[in-house]
Design a protein around this ligand. Sequence first.
Ligand code: PGA
Length: 267
Amino acid sequence: MRRKIIAGNWKMNKTVGEALALVKDLAPLVAGKDAADVLVCPPFTALHAVKQALGGTNIGLGAQGAFWKGSGAYTSQISIPMLADVGVQYVILGHSETRGRFGVPEPDMTPDLLKTFGETDSGVNIKAQAVLAANLNPIICVGETLDERQQGHIDDIVTMQVTRALENIAPELIASHVVFAYEPVWAIGTGETCAPDEADRVCGVVRQAVAQAAGQEAADAVRIQYGGSMKPDNAADLLARPNIDGGLIGGASLKAADFAAIVAASG
Ligand code: PGA
């Protein structure tokens, strides 16, 4: 039986003060809800303060990304040892927004600007290896765009993203530390959710790809979240599906009551 994992991806939201206020509201609402691992992923600037505030709670800490080198002349980047140093346990990798695959690009997101969001499949792989080497847990996001869905490429895209993310990673490490998040790009931040049957089916495709890359044992152990407009009113239905082991929650994680309701729906 895989333990559920509910993660709040705060994205580029919350100053330190706002982050602390959210944690203060959230902690009592999820206290004692031990059926799932619960974590929040604040922006880098709030990680340290949030870690202090999480002491004595059942809420873990994740970061929204990292550079794969340990240190050096890499202006603006944050290393995995730096994240470990402030108490981070999970690192989100390959989110469609860091891959530059936005579901609804804003008018100022020209192709030229989008090139600055550069995570690729091989980048995700090298970062996953570095996260694992530091004994942290990568949350690897995969998912198709609307175009790819309409052209019938869902399973191919997701399988390729999973396979490439796992290159050169030992099956035992995958089983013990890796989390996947299936996030159809068109459902992120749009209010549109993937129908639970379909979300479960594609999470099954992710599991199948893990089996091919790392064997059935790893595939049975790996936890696969659904992400994309998960909310209090659709969470229970999604989380009850056999291949959906949790949620990666954006918008609804910014309100303590909504996030807590999703945690409650996990069991
Ligand atoms: P959303 O974001 O819940 O706002 O759709 C999910 C995510 O991008 O991780």
